[in-house]
Design a protein around this ligand. Structure first.
Ligand code: GTQ
Length: 349
C-alpha cells in the first residue's frame, strides 16, 4: 500500500519560496489554477437596463457640451455597473449611444475594430462606408467592417442617435489594433447610394462575387423594413422556439455565416404574453427593444424594457423574457467569435 501524500512544507516555507522565485518572473500555478481554469463561466458583468427616456436627454446635453468633430465620436459609453471605468457592456464587448446633430460630421477614420450600429432615431442621417453612403432609419442594422473608412453625418434638421457595438476589447486583448484618420472630414463617394444591397441583398450574388470586406458581409445596411417583414413572415408560418422566441439571424449572403466575423446579430419577435423558457449561453448579450415591451428576468432580477431601452444579459446567466406587448428586439453578442474558436455553448431549461 502506498502512503497518502503528506504536505511537504508549511505556509511560511512556501511563501519564502514564492518570494525567491518572484524576482525571476516565476510564479506557482497551484496558487492560481482554480481561478485560471474555472469549473464553469462566471461573468464579471451584471445584468442591467438603460432606459432611453433617461439616456436621451443626457446625450442631447452632451450635444451642447462638445461637437461631433471635437469629440471625433460623441458617444455616451454604456458601462456595465460591475465594470465601471472600463468601457465595457460585457467583458468582451463595447457599447455606446452616439449622437450626430444637424449639420455635423463625425469625421472619417478607420480602425481594426468592427462596429455595428442599431439606429434609434434618424430622419435622413447617413453613414458612409468605403465610399458608399447609406441613409440610416430607425431599426436599421448598419455595419462598419474592420479596416473600412467611415464617417457619419446629418444634413437635415433633427439629431440622429444610434447604439454602437464594437469588438474593440477583443482587438485590444490581442494587441492588434490600428487606427487612421482620413485626410478629409468626409470621404468621397465612389459608389452609388445603396449599391451593396442592390448587388448582394436579394438572395442572388454576382457569379464572380468575392467579398469586398473579407469576413464581413458585403451588405452593410440590413434595413429594418425588410428585416421586419422577413421576421413577421416567420412568425406567421413557423413554430416558435420555446427558449428563443421567433429569432432570425443576420446572415452574410456570400457564405451564410454571421454578418460580422466577431459579433453575432439577430432579430427576435415575441408575441404578447409569450414567455421564453429559461436559457443561458456562453455569450454575453446586449438587447435593444425596437417595438413593444419586454420584461426580462435575469439572474433572479427583473427588468422592464420599453422601446429603445437597452439591456445586458451576462454570459452563462439564466434568464427568460416575457412580452408584455408584441415585441421585436435586436441582440448582439460575441457568439460569432466564440463559434469560430469552437467554444460557444448554450443550455436550455
Ligand atoms: O463610430 O467609429 O462608439 O470608432 C466608438 C469608437 C463609435 C465610430 C464608437 C468608434 C466609433
Amino acid at each position: 500500500m502506498q502512503a497518502t501524500a503528506q504536505p511537504t512544507s508549511d505556509a511560511a516555507t512556501r511563501q519564502k519560496y514564492y518570494d525567491t522565485i518572484a524576482p525571476q518572473s516565476l510564479a506557482p500555478l497551484w496558487e492560481v489554477l482554480k481561478g485560471l481554469v474555472p469549473p464553469e463561466p462566471r461573468s464579471k458583468a451584471v445584468p442591467h437596463v438603460w432606459h432611453y427616456s433617461k439616456v436621451r436627454p443626457l446625450l442631447i446635453e452632451a450635444g451642447r457640451l462638445v461637437t461631433a468633430e471635437e469629440a471625433e465620436r460623441r458617444v455616451l459609453v454604456l458601462e456595465n455597473p460591475a465594470l465601471a471605468g472600463q468601457s465595457r457592456i460585457t467583458s468582451s464587448m463595447y457599447a455606446g449611444v452616439q449622437l450626430v446633430m444637424p449639420g455635423e460630421i463625425a469625421p472619417a477614420h478607420k480602425h481594426t475594430a468592427s462596429a455595428l450600429r442599431l439606429v434609434l432615431e434618424s430622419n435622413g442621417g447617413y453613414t458612409t462606408v468605403a465610399g458608399e453612403r447609406t441613409i440610416m432609419c430607425r431599426g436599421d442594422f448598419v455595419i462598419t467592417p474592420n479596416g473600412a473608412w467611415h464617417d457619419h453625418g446629418q444634413e437635415s434638421d433633427t439629431p440622429i442617435i444610434w447604439v454602437d457595438g464594437l469588438d474593440l476589447h477583443m482587438i485590444n486583448f490581442f494587441e492588434s489594433g490600428f487606427m487612421e484618420h482620413h485626410n478629409d472630414k468626409k470621404q468621397s463617394l465612389v459608389k452609388n447610394d445603396e449599391e451593396s444591397v442592390a448587388r448582394y441583398g436579394s438572395g442572388l450574388v454576382p457569379m464572380t462575387a468575392h467579398s469586398p470586406f473579407g469576413m464581413t458581409s458585403p451588405i452593410f445596411n440590413y434595413r429594418y423594413d425588410r428585416s421586419r417583414a422577413a421576421l413577421m413572415d416567420v412568425v406567421t408560418n413557423n413554430t416558435v422556439d420555446p427558449n428563443l422566441g421567433h429569432a432570425l439571424r443576420y446572415a452574410n449572403p456570400l457564405d451564410g455565416g454571421w454578418a460580422m466575423p466577431t459579433i453575432a446579430t439577430w432579430l427576435t419577435h415575441l408575441p404578447k404574453g409569450f414567455e421564453t423558457k429559461g436559457y443561458r449561453a456562453t455569450d454575453g448579450r446586449t438587447l435593444i427593444v425596437i417595438e413593444g415591451e419586454v420584461t426580462a428576468e435575469i439572474d433572479g432580477k427583473t427588468f422592464k424594457m420599453g422601446e429603445s431601452d437597452i439591456g445586458v444579459w451576462p454570459a452563462w446567466s439564466w434568464g427568460s423574457l416575457r412580452a408584455d406587448k408584441d415585441a421585436i428586439f435586436f441582440t448582439f453578442s460575441d457568439r460569432a467569435a466564440q463559434e469560430r474558436l469552437g467554444i460557444w455553448r448554450e443550455d436550455r431549461r
